[in-house]
Write a protein that binds this ligand. Structure first.
Ligand SMILES: Nc1ncnc2c1ncn2[C@@H]1O[C@H](COP(=O)(O)OP(=O)(O)OP(=O)(O)O)[C@@H](O)[C@H]1O
Ligand SMILES: [Mg+2]
Length: 427
């Protein structure tokens, strides 16, 4: 039966059937934190779950309360009958019995949580369940394609993050012929579509307004095709309308992209990372774009430290962009000493290339095939492609971790009085 639980399939991200209000009260905020809909936390137990799943699609992750079940093992088997393959099931109960625990795990249940529930315990289990759901299943490895999800984040505004995101997406889709999705999460001011000379359309706006409508068909209809292998989802939301979302649409999109494409490229503005940190839960690579400035160094330190704490599963690649040949506000060696790791790639400041891209309505990499600056971006693309092995596991190298504190002239630790120490010592 365990095979029955683990075969793929994708529907609602999450649903819970819980018997008591106290547990529901603990659960809901965690569910919201995960970017899921709190309405999916239903009052009820195993029986309700069976009833409801016999007529509706199963979620990816199912939390189910066994408290009111007289024969949990038997009922779990009944649940398996109506549950679609692939669902990760977490049981909740009040019986503290190792034998029951073992039997449940043996029958394909992912975990058994003992009441009273604690937020931390639920969070850990759900994060784990999400990872298990996203991981390629060994027995259908032939079917599941490798997927690499990359987020590009800029340390500061205007540091060339979107230039990298659009160029990388273009390179993956043309030179590597990989089906690629570009998700521009700069909802008001995004330049993804502009760089590709396209109209953004309503796709992303519709997705944000109706997250429940997001499925394979929606993706096909709503995304704008840029070339044979590249589709983009972006918006130019009116400046008068604030962003109204709990982030669930974005998570849902990431999930659909995993099935429909081999590469996901997310242009992720810093503020979105702050508001929706769970956007990075399934990301394999984070490309951190920065200029060689004092502020860039400070925020590279802070972002790298944040990534280490919150997205340790992802490989961070540091790209210095718009780097002038002669003088820089901070030299490369001082910059690397400050962030305590190597800059992985350097893209020279190339105003001719930028002008060319603007004139041709092409991405920076496409418009300047022979240029050194575009070649550097090509190298970044290679590094991203090398970040995930054939099994889909992220390769986190320690090579980028630079030498130890040598702060010299730019002692950023002193400039960051409160959390400075911790942040500055992160790799
Ligand atoms: N290597 C480069 N050389 C010269 N100009 C560049 C380079 N990379 C990017 N640019 C230019 O810098 C400007 C800002 O780039 P981009 O929009 O990619 O930055 P960003 O970090 O996404 O900005 P924002 O904070 O607005 O999202 C653009 O006009 C772009 O053409
Ligand atoms: Mg941008």
């Amino acid at each position: 039966m365990s095979a029955h639980w683990k075969n793929g399939g994708n529907r609602d991200t999450f649903a819970a059937f819980i018997c008591d209000e106290a547990s529901l009260d603990t659960l809901r905020p965690v569910v919201v934190d995960m970017g899921w809909q709190p309405e999916k936390c239903n009052k009820g137990g195993l029986r309700n779950a069976i009833q409801s799943l016999s007529i509706a699609a199963s979620p990816n992750i199912l939390l189910v309360d066994l408290s009111e079940s007289g024969d949990p093992l038997n009922d779990i088997n009944a649940l398996a009958e109506v549950c679609e393959p692939g669902t990760v099931v977490i049981a909740v109960g009040q019986v503290n019995d190792v034998r029951l625990y073992r039997d449940l795990i043996g029958s394909g249940i992912h975990d058994y949580l003992l009441k009273p529930l604690s937020a931390g315990q639920i969070r850990d289990t759900l994060v784990q369940a999400q990872a298990i759901f996203a991981a390629p299943k060994s027995h259908d490895a032939g079917v599941a394609k490798r997927h690499i999800s990359t987020a590009v984040v800029g340390t500061r505004g205007g540091c060339g993050a979107s230039t990298l995101a659009t160029s990388l997406a273009w390179l993956f889709s043309t030179e590597h012929k990989l089906p690629t999705a570009l998700l521009d999460l700069d909802v008001h001011f995004g330049t993804g579509a502009l760089a590709l000379d396209l109209e953004p359309g309503r796709g992303l706006t519709d997705a944000i307004e109706n997250p429940s409508r997001i499925d394979g068909l929606f993706i096909e209809r709503a995304m704008i095709r840029a070339n044979d292998h590249l589709a983009i989802l972006s918006a130019e939301a009116p400046i008068s309308s604030p962003l109204m979302t709990d982030g669930s649409a974005f998570i849902q999109l990431e999930e659909e992209f995993r099935h429909a494409f081999e590469m996901t490229m997310i242009d992720l503005p810093r503020n979105m990372l702050i508001n929706f940190p769970h956007l990075l839960a399934d990301v394999n690579v984070v490309v951190l774009s920065t200029e060689m400035t004092l502020a860039g160094a400070r925020d590279a330190i802070r972002l790298l430290s944040w990534l280490k704490a919150n997205a340790g599963h992802a490989r961070a690649i540091v790209v210095a962009n718009k780097v002038h040949a002669g003088i820089a506000e901070i030299s490369k060696s001082d910059f690397e000493a400050s962030i305590e790791r190597k800059i992985n790639f350097t893209v020279p400041y190339d105003i001719k290339a930028a002008a060319n891209a603007a004139k041709l309505g092409q991405t920076f990499a496409e418009a300047n095939r022979g240029a050194k600056s575009a070649q550097a971006i090509r190298d970044v693309a290679q590094a991203v492609l090398g970040s995930v092995d054939a099994e889909g596991a992220t390769v986190i190298d320690k090579a980028g971790t630079g030498r130890k504190s040598l702060l010299g002239k730019f002692d950023l630790k002193k400039m960051m009085p409160s959390k400075g120490k911790a942040a500055a010592t992160a790799q």
